[in-house]
Design a protein around this ligand. Structure first.
Ligand code: SF4
Length: 173
């Protein structure tokens, strides 16, 4: 935000700022999350919306289950290859600008499900802005991820990390 000063003629306060700063301020404080919950992490996500942790303190309490009404995708749980095209389609349907949080080891790396049907990380198909470690992560970790997203929105020059490219795992059993 800019400098608060006074118009000497009218004695009215006014503020100067950049349009991008105002837009970023609005986006940052009104995130609309869409939880893509497939397993136990989704239950943990429910805690963050409760009065104990109260995600509305960060302006992100308006949870939506429609990609067209959301700008923050929170993938919480195991993603199988059968589910992957649905997740990709949901991401594609969200309007720009949009951000993605990968919650828990299952969404981020497949976790301990190193088998033929489990995707070894959602960053194989969609870009991820913030990864949350843990199985399951605590609600505080989700709040921390939301704050990291807010920092990114405020500093748009901070580019999201390059997609984590790994080869598909080879199975020797
Ligand atoms: S990371 Fe742990 S808590 Fe989260 S979905 Fe996987 S097994 Fe469940």
């Amino acid at each position: 935000m800019g400098v608060k000063t006074y118009n000497p003629n009218e004695q009215l306060p006014y503020i100067t700022t950049r349009r991008e700063a105002v837009l970023a301020w609005g986006r940052k404080n009104s995130l609309w999350p869409m939880p893509f919950g497939t397993a136990c992490c989704a239950i943990e996500f429910m805690g963050v919306v409760s009065s104990v942790f109260d995600i509305s303190r960060f302006g992100a309490e308006l949870v939506r289950f429609s990609p067209r009404q959301s700008d923050l995708l929170i993938v919480a749980g195991t993603i199988t290859y059968k589910m992957a095209p649905i997740l990709k389609q949901i991401y594609d349907q969200m309007s720009e600008p949009k951000w993605v949080i990968s919650m828990g080891v299952c969404a981020s790396s497949g976790g301990f499900y190193n088998n033929y049907c489990t995707m070894q990380g959602i960053d194989h198909i969609i870009p991820v802005d913030v990864y949350i470690a843990g199985c399951p992560p605590r609600p505080e970790a989700i709040l921390d991820a939301v704050m990291k997203i807010q920092e990114k929105i405020e500093n748009p020059k901070t580019k999201p990390p390059a997609q984590f490219k790994v080869k598909e795992p080879k199975f020797d059993y």
